[in-house]
Ligand binder design. Sequence first.
Ligand code: NAG
Ligand code: NAG
Ligand code: NAG
Length: 532
Amino acid sequence: MAVHKKEINSVFIILTVYLHLTSGEFSYPDVFDDPERDTLISGQFPDGFAWGSATSAYQVEGGWNEDGKGESIWDTFSHEGRIYNNQTGDVACDSYHKYTEDVQLVKAIGLTHYRFSISWPRILPQGTLAGGINQAGLDYYTDLIDELIANDIEPVVTLYHWDLPQVLQDDYGGWENDTLADLFNDYANLCFAEYASKVNIWITFNEPYVVTWLGYGIGVFAPGIVSPGYAPYRAAHTIIKAHAKAYNTYKNNYFSQYGGKVSITLSTDFGQPKDPENEEDIGAAVRYMQFTAGWFAHPILKNGDYPDVMKWQVGNKSQEQGLPESRLPEFTEEEKQYIKGTGDFFGLNSYTTTVCKHKVTSGDPNYEGDQDVERNQPENWPTSASEWLRPVPWGLRGLLNWVKNEYDDIDIYITENGVSTPDEFNLEDDARVTFYQAYLNEALKAQMYDGVNLVGYFAWSLMDNFEWTSGYSQRFGLHYVDFEDPDRRRTQKKSAEWLTGIVAYNGFSSAQHLQATPLVICLSALIYKLFL
Ligand SMILES: *[C@@H]1O[C@H](CO)[C@@H](O)[C@H](O)[C@H]1NC(C)=O
Ligand SMILES: *[C@@H]1O[C@H](CO)[C@@H](O)[C@H](O)[C@H]1NC(C)=O
Ligand SMILES: *[C@@H]1O[C@H](CO)[C@@H](O)[C@H](O)[C@H]1NC(C)=O
């Protein structure tokens, strides 16, 4: 038979794809009726892909006042009764005492990485070096890092996951004050000096958009400041400078010896234009992503300055509001040069998609009003236990492509992705399995088909934990935590078991997702036998 091998291969591939489509397994079919886009594929992530799960200090550690730890703005905020049912992170998952057990949970899934954060007031109770270093705090993180390494798990450290020392809020007004950039740099330098020989991946800030908008704009997160038109821009300005300082500190003093990577983790939903054919809606979707992720990524990864569209929007609104200058602060030329290029990868946290429509807004100064975007999530989209989080798997692929195109094929770590289920005892968390399956499969498509340089994926979260203002009412964990139990017993959920298989294969083998009918299997076998 004079058929070339190449042709046989093509026939095989076409038939395989056809069989995938006819077997037709995809997630949320009753809502997203697009099998061509949403059908699950099989394939593997690149060698060396980082598989991790993530947590943060205030959400899991507890030990809020133990061994010399200072208070953070989240201790204050929760003690003021600002959280669902007056809950607090005083004990949380008690990881301050149970970190060895946590490491075994990570290991049991076969994960290669664990992302956690350092609590600034645990090692600098007064926020500053002058206020004294808490050796017990330093020791806690040394022990955790050593335990991870002893178990072949690479630590990924976030320096700021929202728990600012309360004294820095009291004495300086927190991130609105420029001085914080230097104080953060001192703290970062202390962490580098202690741990850089063991830690190779550093994240300066987690989700500064949430810090600034929820913390300083609408005040639903600590420190609870309500200043929707001004404070978020000022706080972000300091955070960007603080990030750049810490990055340069690492590059100048530690990089030549340890060769690690430093960057920032940014959060955004994918902005889907309401009418994908409408230029104005397309512009609105891009503006939304520039105002959330681009706000930080543009200066840090592009040119040291805010996105033009942000400068124009805030500049024009400020003018209309009769203000003498833009509410968006400016960087000096020197600062721009210093900030530009201070990121070795894009840390991306994403959970959902938001529909964006162009809508000119007027009124009092307001960061959201500045965007001229009306956002919503259609009522028929799937839901979770968090009102803001509707699973939209295809949005992740869209977002990864946006990041790739906007930031020049940069390496991307998905540093958080996951879904919440209600506060009930349920180890059969099929909703979470479906979510991870669908989202990870879209990540695979982005990597395999679109050439996105995706280098790692961190599931949020290793275990149920303190979900900020929602307290313990929403569970994001791969492990169930019994918060009534003084011992905070952890139990593996079905999603952890499912993820173990994905990690072991480094992707999706067809058996892992294709609910192939016997006929499909017979056909595949026949084709294989006939042609190969
Ligand atoms: C929260 O605590 C305050 C006192 O600190 C009390 O007045 C309030 O009733 C409590 N709310 C709940 C839901 O327990
Ligand atoms: C920053 O904090 C210092 C020390 O408290 C204070 O003197 C200064 O006025 C603050 N600056 C701003 C802009 O708030
Ligand atoms: C207003 O927006 C336009 C672009 O739409 C821009 O050229 C102009 O510089 C902006 N004005 C201010 C004050 O930022």
